[in-house]
Design a protein around this ligand. Structure first.
Ligand code: SF4
Ligand code: SF4
Length: 224
């Protein structure tokens, strides 16, 4: 009785048992060009072309031959995967970023972006315009009541700047970016000095004197 060839062992112990990850290593390792991945049905599994010289390189190079995934997954996850391509699924969650701006610009609901942003500077910018306050951050500009295109973010209340509403918005921003300390303040050069001071007060402290963004940087155009 002749011994089984290495490639037969590979096919039997890796491919036919579902351990093949379709990595293609055996195809690249085979000096005879015996192995190909050209299954028109799309299984992407290696198959032979009848040129094997029994050198054994495919079997020794195959990562699937040395890792027995079934008991490994059983011991780690307590279960076998329902499909080889997805692996074991422990739980499925539906989520999106809580921050409207991130949700709007991030892919797939912005969850990953939101998590990464916790450690990035938010670059809060408040611009005093003739119509009110335009507030922006690293997500882009914030619209009034999150309605896309509606600016300024905090319109004037009649002829007066709505400092209370700006403060409420900044409290919300602070909750989402608790580590952020800095705000960039921008205004036309003819903005009254008193207005700038009033805005600075609500940027620095919340309604109960809690610190919001104590470090204020003035952009070009503000003389203080
Ligand atoms: S020739 Fe060597 S590497 Fe190629 S299939 Fe045969 S045993 Fe594997
Ligand atoms: S090296 Fe192993 S796991 Fe990779 S394609 Fe070949 S048989 Fe599959």
């Amino acid at each position: 009785m002749c011994a089984k060839s290495p490639v037969d062992t590979l096919i039997e112990t890796v491919v036919e048992t579902g351990l093949c990850t379709r990595c293609g290593t055996c195809v690249g390792a085979c000096p005879a060009g015996n192995l190909v991945i050209d299954d028109p049905a799309g299984s992407c599994l290696p198959s032979e072309r009848g040129l094997c010289t029994s050198c054994g390189l495919c079997l020794s190079a195959c990562p699937g031959a040395s890792v027995d995934f079934a008991p490994l997954e059983k011991s780690h996850f307590g279960d076998a995967p329902s499909g080889r391509l997805l692996g074991v699924v422990r739980d499925a969650w539906l989520a999106h970023a809580a921050e409207a701006g991130t949700r709007r610009v991030g892919s797939s609901g912005g969850v990953v972006t939101q998590n990464q942003k916790q450690d990035l500077p938010f670059n809060l910018t408040i611009t005093i315009t003739n119509k009110g306050f335009t507030v922006a951050g690293s997500n882009g500009v914030m619209y009034e009541n999150d309605v896309p295109g509606r600016l300024p973010t905090v319109p004037k209340n009649g002829r007066d700047y709505d400092l209370k509403r700006l403060q409420a918005l900044l409290v919300k921003v602070k909750k989402e970016h608790p580590k952020e300390l800095q705000a960039i303040l921008s205004a036309n050069s003819d903005t009254p000095y008193e207005t700038i001071v009033s805005v600075m007060d609500v940027v620095r402290l919340g309604p109960t004197e809690e610190p919001l963004f104590p470090s204020i940087v003035f952009s070009a155009g503000i003389e203080y």
